[in-house]
Every structure is written in C-alpha cells, then in structure tokens.
Design a protein around this ligand. Sequence first.
Ligand SMILES: C[S@@+](CC[C@H](N)C(=O)[O-])C[C@H]1O[C@@H](n2cnc3c(N)ncnc32)[C@H](O)[C@@H]1O
Length: 238
Amino acid sequence: MGRDISYSIEDASEIQKSYQLHKDDYGNIKAITAAIKNPSNDHIAREIIMADWEAPMMKKHADIMCNSTQTYGGKDILEIGFGLGLSATYVQEMCDINSHTIIERHPQIAENARHWAKDKVGVKIIEGDWWDVRNEFLIYDGIFYDAEYDPHLENFWDSIKMTIKEGGIFTFFSHFGSTGKHSHNLVPEFKVKYEHMDISNITPNAGETGGEGVIFCEDSEENDYFLPYIKREFNTCI
Ligand SMILES: C[S@@+](CC[C@H](N)C(=O)[O-])C[C@H]1O[C@@H](n2cnc3c(N)ncnc32)[C@H](O)[C@@H]1O
C-alpha cells in the first residue's frame, strides 16, 4: 500500500505535529511522512502521505484539469494540498494559466510551496486549512482535492461545488482508484466519472515502508487507476 487511509478525526491534529521530507542520495525530495495515530491501538506511527512515484497519477490529475473546456484568458486552477508539488508542477507545465491557487495547511510544506512558486506563473499560496479559508474561494476551471487526514472532508463538496465554472472539472485523488470507486463521502457518487489510467509501470521507491504498489484496496486489480472527476456541463447546476 502507498498512502494509509485508516485514520480518525483526531489524526488531523496528530499530522500537524510531525512532517518530514525524505531525500535520496542526490538531495531530491522523495516523500513526505507524518506522525499518524493508528486508531486501532493508539500507537503513533510514521506514515508516508506522499511519494514521488505517484507522479504519473498527479500528471493525469493535472492533465484532466488543464483540458477542461477552454475559457478566454487562461485557466483558473485551485489545488487543495501542495505535498511534494508534483501536481502543481504539472499544472504549470500543462495549463495555460491565469491563476493557480494552492491551499496548504502545514507550515513546513507551505514554506516549500512559497519557495517553489518563486519562478512560477500566477501562483497564490494560501497557508491554512481549506475549511478556515473557504471564504477566499473564487471560481475555477479546474479543482484538485488531494488533502490527507481532513476532518472537514464531508463538507468539501458543498463548499466547493458552486465554485466550478461551466465546463470546469473537479477531480480528487482516489485511494480506491484501482476499483473505480472512492473510499469516502467526498462527493455524491452518482455524479462521478472515471478516466482510466494504466499504472502497470509504476514502481514505488525501494525500501519505502509498505510501498509495494499504488493499490489502495486489497481486492483490486493492480494495473489500473480510475481517476475520478466531475465535470460541470454548460447551462447546468451541480
Ligand atoms: C498527498 S499531499 C498532496 C500531494 C500533491 N498533490 C502532490 O502532487 O505532491 C496532501 C497535502 O495536503 C495537505 N493538507 C491536508 N489536509 C489539508 C487541509 N485540510 N487543508 C489544506 N491542506 C491540507 C497536507 O499538508 C499535504 O501537504
């Protein structure tokens, strides 16, 4: 497994306590870990919450946002969660950008994001929990939700749905992406479409704890990721 999904609401505070960036011999950032409380035994363990081998999936999430219906003057993109900045970097490479807003709640990661943004286009880093800064939402051509251990997860859809432009795309990382289902109540299931991705060539970093595949569901096929997204069609409500 890659990212761990067994957590409780209390983990949201635990995750604030400890973030660590792993670097390989060449100094490249490879993974973010955090202290997570295991709900079954109260043990606090380090869990990987983002790793660089997830890049192909991050690229696909960026791609689907950048291919939302073209609007004049470039796209307005919102990302929840900077992590390693993989999806953000792909957005910069693949989108004709008007604005690129990134909300990141962890101070250390937000600092990385500000450093990363120095030579990027149209970036605004908002440090904080999306829940606390939701009044700053504008309207967007593309929205990517990739937050871990979010105590307000079930409020996200109601908070965000009015901010998707006509023709715009909302997408989110799916822990159960290999089954075409998702693992939580982030969105109303019936509205979700899936884009298939072949992930048979993706290999986790050697030695990464539990990193034996991108499969987040034990009974799933290992070669497929079904990327979830919702498109707001023209002249429709969501
Ligand atoms: C899995 S990483 C994001 C990975 C990113 N898409 C990439 O390509 O590297 C999740 C990030 O979301 C941040 N995060 C988690 N919950 C959040 C919240 N409620 N509001 C803002 N950021 C949050 C975490 O601190 C972490 O940096």
